[in-house]
Design a protein around this ligand. Structure first.
Ligand SMILES: NC(=O)c1ccc[n+]([C@@H]2O[C@H](COP(=O)([O-])OP(=O)(O)OC[C@H]3O[C@@H](n4cnc5c(N)ncnc54)[C@H](OP(=O)(O)O)[C@@H]3O)[C@@H](O)[C@H]2O)c1
Length: 294
């Protein structure tokens, strides 16, 4: 297949491109900057009118990181790089003759859709939550679902906290623990829907190849943990202590509005992927942490 990847230069995009090329697919990667082609990968510029022609599938992994201090200007960037980019992709696809359109769009969203849900177990049928991230995800998903009117099969991946070398979340956690400054966040009671980047890439390819998949799909591991439990396992795997808790007020002091969301609880399960038989590469947290140590 010829797979167009928007956000191909990012953490998840890179992992997906690598997997797709290794499986014999051709990747047409998009970036706002021009980049040199490599084996199995050609680059196109994601400009005002990005060229979406001659693609069998499109994967959308674009988005300005929300893991930073928020301002009104930043919120605009979060929105345009998600909702705006998704709309632009579909506008370009709509302009193609029907028989020349890709057949499937896999677009990203996040578990933030569910809002802070405490200990409640969540699957794809759980309702929209409240708060800024939930509203952002709702608009992002709605934009992607517009693809159905153009004849595309649309899969929206609600992604959890992605672990893996090169990922911002993992690098920050690992560095803090290696310095001996690791510990639970706030009370440590909130649930963390972690997932390894290999499984986000794998689930994306699975969604492209498995035509039964349609609609929203949780891209999270089947082993969510409370932050306290996660912290203990991480400390053990790195052979470091985990006794320095980061109190809620400190998180808010450092990260502002985003700091509050670091304590949101998402006990998310990948019901659709499990029902469809997706073979997780990193099914349990311990296996995942061991693999990342190697
Ligand atoms: N990593 C996680 O834990 C996680 C969790 C849940 C959801 N997600 C979502 O998954 C997506 C990818 O995450 P990531 O961690 O791979 O992010 P990342 O490493 O920061 O990469 C983001 C990508 O988005 C592209 N991009 C940013 N703004 C853009 C714009 N205005 N127009 C076009 N492209 C734009 C960048 O491409 P260029 O700079 O090359 O143009 C870059 O390749 C994001 O939407 C993120 O919200 C990630």
């Amino acid at each position: 297949m010829r797979i167009g990847v928007i956000g191909a230069s990012g953490f998840i995009g890179r992992a997906f491109c690598q997997l797709a090329v290794s499986q014999g697919h051709q990747v047409v990667a998009f970036s706002r900057q021009s980049k040199p082609d490599s084996a199995g990968m050609t680059w196109r510029v994601f400009n005002e009118a990005p060229d979406m022609s001659e693609l069998d599938a499109v994967v959308n992994y674009a988005g300005e990181s929300v893991a930073q201090r928020w301002s009104e200007a930043k919120k605009k960037e979060f929105y345009t790089s998600r909702v705006g980019v998704t709309q632009k992709i579909l506008t370009q696809i709509k302009a193609l003759p029907e028989q020349e359109r890709p057949s499937v769009l896999v677009s990203s969203s996040a578990v933030g859709y569910y809002g802070d849900c405490g200990d409640r177990e969540l699957d794809e049928s759980s309702p929209l939550g409240s708060g800024y991230l939930a509203e952002l995800c709702a608009d992002w998903e709605a934009a992607a679902m517009e693809g159905r009117a153009l004849g595309l099969r649309v899969v929206v991946g609600r992604i959890g906290i992605v672990l893996g070398a090169g990922g911002a979340a993992w690098q920050k956690m690992r560095a803090a623990f290696l310095m001996g400054a690791g510990g639970p966040l706030g009370s440590g009671d909130h649930w963390m829907p972690w997932v390894h980047v290999d499984d986000v890439a794998g689930a994306t390819l699975f969604a492209i190849e498995n035509t039964r998949l349609e609609g929203t799909v949780n891209f999270a591991s089947p082993d969510p943990r409370t932050n306290r439990d996660f912290t203990k396992s991480l400390a053990k795997s790195l052979n470091r202590p985990a006794f320095l808790p980061a109190p809620a007020f400190a998180l808010q002091l450092v990260f502002g509005e985003f700091g509050k969301h670091l304590l949101d609880s998402y006990r998310v399960f990948p019901k659709v992927l499990e029902c469809e038989g997706y073979p997780f590469k990193h099914e349990t947290l311990e296996k995942c942490l061991n693999a990342m140590r190697e």
